[in-house]
Design a protein around this ligand. Structure first.
Ligand code: UDP
Length: 410
């Protein structure tokens, strides 16, 4: 059920000069104090979506700091991931319930995972998201352990929350992205708040030459000579790609030649993506200025970087959003970002200062038009956004949060 993802260590010195010296020294000191402890991270998928994005830098950077950090993911299991995507949706507030058979498959799979974890040794266990939340009930020695929830559980489906609660409660700590996500019935003292973070040095976020980025976009028939708006998100109803298309259509009446780029990703733990993609392609119709692309078209980290770099405006019009790494990614590239007024997006965008928060497609269209017609103001907002990202949303800050917690628990 599980497999290890081997990653080369990242040397922490790479972040020197990007972050403040105080934070840099603090991280080095904390890591030294901890010594060579073993920490195992387990999440559902090796690629696609925010969690794998975070772990693919967090774990190797911890290794670079001398921690014995290991990462495991789940092997592909379509039936199980269909159920866990439903659980994900329920925890974000969708109505309904799982049937007994689905609950049974979920629990049996978590039991299998627990059995495999018994063969491993660690000083600390870090289990991410609902997919593996119940594992602890089948492994009494899984301590000290942390459950890290990356989704918006502020108004969870009560039946599903109540069903999962006895499992979640057994962890020594639970981490959420915002205080409002701490679900009912959890001991407040055991809950922590960590904002996620992006890696400023990975291929998606390293500075990329503008000309090179333009050439990449050209390959996908997107022209840098005309305004580009983009949303980069898994094909997921919560990300509201339909609302983005509606906004683009309104804005296009005022902005001649406007182009929309929607980039999505097929993650192994997200079986919903295919049907959403088919639907939005149909919704987009024959408009040649709407570009719907994915990893299946060869859009990887560098292409995402290129599109973010040459976008005039970056959008993340989510209806629910645990955090929204794509917002930080856009801010780090010095772009004004327009985000849905929800979840962790609200922590990142200061409305009117480094971007805009919107609730409807009409509002989104209005802000797109304003930003494209006010390039100076848009540039200033982008600059503000980059500095906010540097201060709060880069990987070394998250590493510091982790090391502090490891010290507390080990
Ligand atoms: N992403 C990507 N390609 C895509 C769509 C998304 O590389 O086609 C990345 C995106 O750049 C970000 C992560 O996946 O790093 C999405 O994280 P976020 O927190 O925004 O959303 P999640 O997928 O976790 O709901």
């Amino acid at each position: 059920m599980i497999q290890e993802v081997k990653l080369d260590p990242i040397h922490f010195s790479k972040y020197k000069g990007i972050i403040k010296d105080g934070l840099y020294d603090h991280v080095i000191q904390m890591a030294k104090k901890l010594g060579r402890v073993t920490v195992i991270h387990l999440n559902s998928t090796a690629s696609g979506g925010g969690v794998s994005e975070i772990l693919s830098t967090l774990v190797p950077t911890l290794s670079g700091l001398g921690i014995d950090a290991r990462r495991f993911v789940l092997k592909k299991h379509f039936k199980f991931f269909e159920i866990t995507k439903e659980i994900h949706n329920f925890l974000q507030g969708k109505k309904g319930n799982l049937n007994e058979k689905q609950k049974e498959i979920y629990l049996r799979t978590n039991e299998e995972i627990a059995n495999e974890l018994r063969g491993l040794r660690a000083d600390l266990w870090f289990l991410h998201d609902p997919q593996v939340a119940a594992t602890i009930s089948f492994h009494p020695n899984l301590h000290p352990s942390v459950w890290r929830s990356h989704i918006d559980t502020s108004k969870p489906n009560q039946a599903i929350w109540d069903w999962l609660l006895p499992h979640i409660k057994q962890y020594d700590r639970m981490i959420f992205t915002r205080r409002t996500y701490i679900g009912p019935g959890l001991e407040y003292d055991k809950c922590k708040i960590f904002w996620p973070a992006i890696d400023p040095l990975n291929p998606k976020n390293s500075p990329i030459d503008h000309f090179f980025a333009t050439e990449i976009a050209k390959k996908f028939e997107v022209e840098n000579t005309r305004p580009i708006i983009s949303q980069i998100s898994r094909f997921d109803p919560w990300k509201d790609p339909w609302g983005v298309i509606d906004a683009y259509r309104i804005a296009k009446k005022k902005i001649n030649g406007l182009q929309l780029v929607l980039i999505g990703f097929f993650a192994s733990d997200d079986p919903e993506a295919h049907s959403v993609l088919i639907d939005i392609k149909k919704y987009a119709g024959t408009d040649k200025d709407i570009h719907i692309l994915s990893n299946l078209d060869g859009v990887g980290a560098i292409e995402v970087n290129a599109f973010q770099t040459i976008s005039t405006v970056i959008i993340q019009k989510s209806i629910k959003e645990g955090f929204g790494l794509t917002v930080s990614e856009g801010m780090w590239k010095g772009k004004p970002v327009i985000g849905g007024k929800t979840g962790g997006i609200v922590d990142q965008i200061d409305d009117g200062k480094n971007g805009f928060l919107v609730s409807t497609s009409a509002e989104l269209a209005e802000k797109i038009i304003w930003l494209i017609s006010h390039p100076k103001e848009a540039e200033n907002m982008g600059r503000e956004g980059r500095e906010k990202a540097r201060e709060h949303f880069l990987m070394p800050r998250l590493i510091a949060d982790h090391l502090k917690l490891y010290q507390e628990l080990i």
